[in-house]
Design a protein around this ligand. Sequence first.
Ligand SMILES: Nc1ncnc2c1ncn2[C@@H]1O[C@H](COP(=O)(O)OP(=O)(O)OP(=O)(O)O)[C@@H](O)[C@H]1O
Length: 343
Amino acid sequence: MTTSPRTSPATIPAAATAPPAPRPAASAHPVIRVRDLRMAYGATDVLHGVDLDIHHGEVFALLGPNGAGKTTTVEILEGFRQRSGGDVTVLGTDPARGGDAWRGRIGLVLQSWRDHRRWRVGELLTHFATYYPDPRDPAGLLRLVGLTEQAGQRVDQLSGGQRRRLDVALGIVGRPELLFLDEPTTGFDPQARRRFHVLVERLAREEGVTILLTTHDLAEAERLADRIAMLVNGRIRALGTPAELARQAAARAEVRWTADDGTPRRERTADPSRLVWELHRDADGPIAGLEVRRPTLEDTYLRMLHQEGGAGAGDGERDGEDEGGGPGDGSGEQCENGEERVA
Ligand SMILES: Nc1ncnc2c1ncn2[C@@H]1O[C@H](COP(=O)(O)OP(=O)(O)OP(=O)(O)O)[C@@H](O)[C@H]1O
């Protein structure tokens, strides 16, 4: 667990009292530009030359196993941690020298805020809103995150998921141009998670907010992120759209069906439509029990970690041998054409 130097939200509005910074138009310059970022804690190097460009209006997910360096990277970008080396620009400014006006353009949803316990939800949001030049309407924001009924409730009486939704509301009340979401949906129920996903999509697509998301929820990253970077042992090991990552990992689709004798069969292939066509031809009719499962981001991620030599496997994460025998888990028998066929 990182010892975080990040401030509690109590200190954030003070930074936002500065005159409003002009909103930049969509620009060819990345909102976040990172070159050869290095970080050492004492004698231990934890970031080994990270390069990243994150563009205006993009939802970018940073994934990686525990201890990979995600929080360290994000804290450097937020200006809460001094880097050991490399060049970093966030909204045109080096975060190490970012002033109040710069900070007022950034929204943060941190992992755990423990302050403001005695405030009432509505009051707290209204109070935060006063620090920003063009805040969102607190009542509308409570509706947006599904906390209208809790407006009069004390913060320390909220459930974990409700507290997290309040964190999200506090993070966006000032209409940030750039939003950092650190494991934002931890503790959300499915409905709250869905609502949050719609909100993130709206912020990015309709308001042009640039969003950097760290999450261990791969389905969430796959749904929300335009691009994903996988950080392993302080290095970016893969970067691209979810589809590009799947191609890089050579993850294959899995076709399942039931053979004539009733035996369940499965085969992994890069060309599932060809296999289905062949099965249909051989059966001279419908294929019993047919299922085609495309590789998910989770399959891709686990396969990449596997290729990395099991990085993170000791951290309680599932490695390539997933229990469902997912696409490309390497447990199948190799066919002549390089595909795996499992009875
Ligand atoms: N303040 C610190 N002092 C010394 N070492 C630290 C400090 N913060 C983090 N580290 C180490 O740096 C490495 C990267 O940690 P970091 O918290 O950035 O990883 P992470 O990818 O965010 O992990 P997680 O998914 O568990 O949150 C780890 O080995 C961690 O032990």
